[in-house]
Write a protein that binds this ligand. Structure first.
Ligand code: SAM
Length: 298
């Protein structure tokens, strides 16, 4: 790559002060952005990397340093476009910039810009981002829904996500059974993906420094299963809004809500709490209800 000003200098040059409304906490230490990219495991040169929220672009530089040939940087804040364009100009056509809101961006726009054949199972895609904390969870939920429906980018078999969250949120996503952090997000994420935290990033790594530490979550899709996803979401909402109740109490309530003629037979233990139920037990319950003609839980 041709010589570029440092990201710190670019921020000064373009007067890019951080906007709290867009959850802008920048990283200026390349050792840290390199480590995030190592967590992503970008090995295939022809992989597509979609970076969400590149900001001034240091993480983007670390991504380009892997020599990957196809990078799309999706940024909402127009102020970063000139500095990102400067980076693109030195990146031998490997970096394209898309301006817009990641929550609303139609995925066919990304596919078109990336020049990808839709639904090609051999195409590796990485979604990487030091995500804006205020939209990180809605973004993940949207991507998990798309993964489940095999839509857009997720029409490809192999979409790995390597994403920064507040540490507490990361722990909730990866929470194993029998832990107090466990909730709906953990079960949904872990039903669709292998989820792990390879890197806890201290708050001091960011500028301005956020109130809490952050952590990288890596999510790799599991082989796809036929799961009644919206029914599973309903069941999880039903259980986890009753986090302090016993599972037998919740199952009785569910039974009467659904007005089923026969009792629901499951392997969910009686005197447990929702956090003690495994992903497999929740999925089995969703499948049993579906087999009994249930499509949603009111
Ligand atoms: N990647 C940079 C870094 O590591 O220094 C910046 C990370 S900063 C935490 C989050 C970035 O996401 C900011 O550049 C912000 O403008 C951008 N952003 C915020 N909301 C967004 C959205 N809805 N869609 C796309 N980008 C967004």
């Amino acid at each position: 790559m041709a010589k570029l000003p440092t990201v710190r200098d670019l921020v000064k040059l373009y007067g890019l002060s951080a906007k709290a409304t867009l959850s802008q906490n920048f990283i200026f230490d390349k050792n840290i952005t390199d480590k995030i990219v190592r967590c992503a495991g970008i090995t295939a040169k022809d992989a597509l990397v979609v970076e969400v929220g590149p900001g001034p672009g240091l993480l983007t530089r670390s991504i380009l340093d892997t020599n990957v040939s196809n990078v799309i940087a999706l940024e909402k804040d127009e102020r970063f476009l000139p500095s990102l364009q400067q980076l693109a100009d030195t990146a031998d056509n490997r970096l394209k910039i898309l301006q817009g809101d990641a929550l609303k961006m139609p995925q066919n726009k990304i596919l078109e810009l990336a020049n990808l054949v839709p639904n090609d199972p051999s195409q590796r895609v990485h979604i990487v981002g030091n995500l804006p904390f205020n939209v990180a969870t809605p973004l993940l939920i949207q991507w998990l829904q798309q993964l489940n429906r095999k839509e857009g980018l997720f029409g490809n078999a192999d979409v790995w996500m390597t994403l920064m969250f507040q540490k507490e949120v990361a722990q909730r996503i990866c929470a194993p059974v029998n832990t107090s952090e466990r909730g709906r997000l953990a079960v949904i994420a872990q039903t669709l993906c292998k989820a792990q935290i390879p890197y806890v990033v201290p708050s001091t790594a960011f500028l301005p420094k956020p109130k809490v530490d952050a952590a990288i979550v890596q999510l790799q899709p599991l082989p796809s299963q036929d799961i009644p996803y919206t029914l599973l979401e309903d069941i999880l909402r039903f259980f986890f809004t009753r986090k302090r109740k016993s599972t037998s109490h919740i199952m009785n309530l569910l039974q009467s809500k659904l007005k089923l003629a026969e009792p629901i037979v499951t392997d969910i233990p009686n005197n447990a709490r929702p956090e003690n139920i495994t992903n497999e037990q929740f999925v089995a319950l969703a499948n049993t209800l579906r087999a009994n003609g249930v499509t949603s839980v009111p």
